[in-house]
Design a binder for this molecule. Structure first.
Ligand SMILES: Cc1cc2nc3c(=O)[nH]c(=O)nc-3n(C[C@H](O)[C@H](O)[C@H](O)COP(=O)(O)OP(=O)(O)OC[C@H]3O[C@@H](n4cnc5c(N)ncnc54)[C@H](O)[C@@H]3O)c2cc1C
Length: 460
């Protein structure tokens, strides 16, 4: 009986739909009359613009005002720092927010933005001279956080270029190498990437397998790298390889187009989709003697660079969380349910306040980390704690934001879904959450536990 009623209802709906089929739009691939035997209903209907489909809330192409500074932490900034931060913030909101979502969807890099990032004059970060801005670590962190506030992929792109690629040269290259390599990188005429991770060695990077063999006039580099951001188009590849004579890690500059170099984009990422991560094959690439990075004689060189870049990485989740909070507050004020804005509901307020508290605590930890760095008191454990804490907490901010936006929480148009996905790789890169926890754990307990006890390893 119930079944009969259902069938009648379906038949009625089908009848009502019948005349509408005459008005169905067809896309250019469809032949007159549709594909034989296939219903044409709905095929080729153009998607509504998000503003028209969902008039009650503003999408992230118009980025909201920054409202997460509840404890007036801006008071801790100098005039100069505030001006710099505001310049970057204005640029990100006006130039990047309107276009970046589409690039993220297509997993393409926005090359149109490179000259605009160059004009900010922040490439080179803390490096002094050679056309670099020589900013303080705190100014650098503020810049990166505000880039991440609108788009974490762009922040990662800048971080890889400046705080890994350029910084390795700035800290560990010879004077001659710095003079040649850094100015075009500072102007962003050249883009850098940093190649440490290998398919078989991620967290265990110091065991890397890529080799550098001395030959007359240079070095032959042979091996494979994985996950290397910017590598599909980078002009300068900073490559770490094991010297076959000393068994120590050395660093090399490999240039775009070098014979034997192949970089292939890693497809299907769910986060940081704009960042072009690549698998790299180095098939006996010849690097001339002058392109061996002068002062990298062991894995310690890598650690020197990571000590600085990890401070910056700890600020990316701060930026992401600020952006999520800003978007959520605006959205909840604009969207109404049960006759009231979503801000009026207690459960939503609790989530917002939890997010706000996280932003304050992350920011304060990041700020203190920079001050410890300036005073020469920062340890690897400090930087690792900030990275683990901030990425863990930012994940919760993104998850809460995703809930607060309801269905729109899974659409990149409203930013939070993009942030939700982007925070995942940041949780993992530059030392996973676990590895960074163990770095701090080693410092506070005096017990090293990153490598398993030898006895356990033998049993496996
Ligand atoms: C988007 C993205 C961008 C990246 N960009 C670059 C780049 O530009 N250049 C570059 O060189 N690399 C880059 N990486 C690589 C990144 O640094 C590595 O992914 C990271 O170090 C983890 O290595 P893995 O993925 O091989 O994981 P694995 O090392 O295989 O780890 C898998 C899991 O095991 C855990 N684990 C491993 N060892 C231990 C241990 N001793 N104790 C406890 N837990 C452990 C990890 O924490 C993790 O949860 C990037 C990665 C991503 C995802």
């Amino acid at each position: 009986m119930e079944d009969d009623k259902s069938l009648q209802r379906i038949a009625r709906i089908a009848q009502q739909l019948q005349p509408a089929q005459n008005n169905i739009c067809r896309d250019s691939h469809e032949t007159e009359g549709g594909i034989a035997g296939m219903p044409t209903l709905g095929v080729g209907l153009p998607a509504l613009e998000i503003e028209k489909a969902f008039p009650q809330a503003t999408p992230a192409t118009t980025f909201p005002a920054a409202v997460s500074d509840y404890f007036q932490l801006d008071d801790l900034l100098s005039e100069e720092e505030r001006a710099l931060r505001n310049r970057v913030r204005g640029f990100m909101e006006a130039e990047v927010a309107p276009v970046v979502g589409k690039y993220w969807e297509r997993a393409e890099f926005p090359f149109e933005l490179i000259p605009k990032f160059a004009a900010l004059n922040v490439s080179g970060g803390t490096i002094k001279g050679y056309g670099c801005p020589g900013m303080s670590i705190f100014s650098s962190a503020l810049v990166c956080a505000d880039i991440a506030r609108v788009d974490a992929s762009c922040a990662t792109f800048m971080m890889l270029h400046t705080y890994l690629g350029m910084l390795t040269i700035g800290l560990l290259a010879s004077e001659e190498q710095k003079k040649t390599l850094l100015p075009p990188l500072a102007r962003m005429d050249h883009i850098a990437c940093w190649c440490l991770t290998e398919p078989d060695y991620g967290s265990d990077a110091s065991s890397l397998n890529t080799t550098a063999t001395k030959v007359e006039g240079g070095w032959l580099i042979k091996g494979q790298k994985r996950w290397i951001g910017n590598a599909t188009f980078a002009d300068i590849l900073v490559v770490f390889a094991r010297n076959t004579q000393t068994n120590q890690i050395n660093g090399f500059i490999v240039r775009k187009g070098a014979k034997g170099l192949r970089a292939t984009k890693i497809e299907n990422k769910i986060g940081l989709r704009i960042v072009q991560n690549a698998d790299i094959i180095l098939d006996n690439v010849l690097v001339p003697d002058e392109d061996r990075i002068a002062h990298i004689n062991s894995f310690q060189g890598t650690n020197e660079v990571l000590a600085v870049s990890r401070v910056i990485v700890a600020w990316l989740p701060i930026g992401i969380a600020m952006g999520v909070y800003d978007v959520c507050l605006r959205y909840l004020k604009e969207r109404k349910q049960f006759g009231a804005p979503l801000t009026a509901f207690q459960l939503n307020q609790e989530k917002l306040v939890r997010m706000l508290g996280h932003v304050q605590s992350m920011w304060l930890m990041g700020w203190r980390l920079c001050k410890l760095y300036d005073a020469g008191k920062m340890t690897p454990g400090h930087a690792s704690l900030a990275k683990t804490h901030n990425t863990r907490v930012a994940r919760e901010v993104c998850a809460l934001g995703r809930e607060l936006l309801g269905g729109n929480g899974i659409l990149s148009d409203f930013y939070v879904a993009k942030a939700f996905c982007d925070v995942e790789p940041i949780y993992t890169y530059e030392g996973t959450y676990e590895i960074n926890s163990l770095v701090t754990g080693r410092e506070v307990t005096g017990e090293a536990s990153i490598k398993p006890p030898v006895s356990n390893r033998k049993k496996l």
